[in-house]
Write a protein that binds this ligand. Structure first.
Ligand SMILES: *Cc1c(COP(=O)(O)O)cnc(C)c1O
Length: 219
């Protein structure tokens, strides 16, 4: 038993409450640090869109699962080191954490070389937290522009609000920055706040523990 069906229903309800088609919200099941049986249960229930935040963990888990299950779409949602870009681009359908020129440059070089590139989201540090990844809100427009000059397929923005603040303020800010840059995608909302994110336009919600149960880190 997983929380998948409950969360799918809540996503659909939140979309409907916002006057949106449920099909406009993609539910990313965040499977990081979850026992493989739980991931298989969600795959067996027919879900195919998953999120991981570490490339190495994703590499250890997903190629074998992708051999067994057709149509898996993997989203990388965690901080990305430059030396992991190639592996990330081979594995992922989308990368949600593009947050600096050096990383954008590395992605562009590999995309030129291989002729393919995942969908990209630019991470915005809406709370301007020192320890958090993402471009500052004031730098977002110019970074979007810079990525576009590199011909990168930027589809949207992503944020992780500060834990102790009302997330809706951050979701609204992210939506505003996306709108003025003509970006359709909004990756925002996690287990505790995905309904509020959908109310403010989220196109991708990243839900882990509410689907799989509490994370059980490997010893
Ligand atoms: C772990 C994680 C999530 C999911 O968190 P839950 O609270 O378990 O839903 C979403 N986004 C990012 C970037 C994460 O690292």
């Amino acid at each position: 038993m997983t929380g998948l069906h409950d969360i799918q229903a809540r996503v659909a309800q939140a979309a409907e409450a916002a006057g949106r088609d449920a099909g406009t919200v993609k539910l990313i099941a965040v499977s990081k640090v979850q026992p493989i049986e739980r991931v298989e249960a969600v795959l067996d229930a027919g879900h195919r869109v998953f999120g991981e935040n570490r490339v190495q963990e994703a590499q250890g888990k997903w190629p074998a699962l992708m051999d067994r299950y057709d149509g898996v779409e993997l989203h990388l949602i965690g901080p990305l080191q430059s030396n992991k870009v190639r592996a990330a681009m081979e594995l992922a359908h989308a990368i949600h954490s593009v947050d600096r020129p050096k990383l954008a440059g590395a992605i562009a070089r590999i995309a030129d070389e291989t002729g393919r590139c995942p969908d990209l989201f630019i991470q915005v540090n809406t709370g301007e937290e020192a320890q958090k990844a993402g471009v500052l809100p004031a730098d977002a427009d110019s970074f979007v522009e810079e990525c576009r000059k590199l011909s990168l397929p930027v589809v949207g923005l992503m944020c992780i609000p500060p834990v102790d603040e009302e997330p809706s303020l951050h979701f609204a800010l992210l939506a505003k920055i996306a709108a003025r840059n003509g970006l359709p995608g909004l990756s925002m909302g996690m287990s505790g706040d995905f309904e509020r994110a959908i109310a403010l336009g989220a196109t991708h919600v990243r839900v882990g523990s509410a689907i799989f149960g509490d994370r059980v880190p490997a010893a």
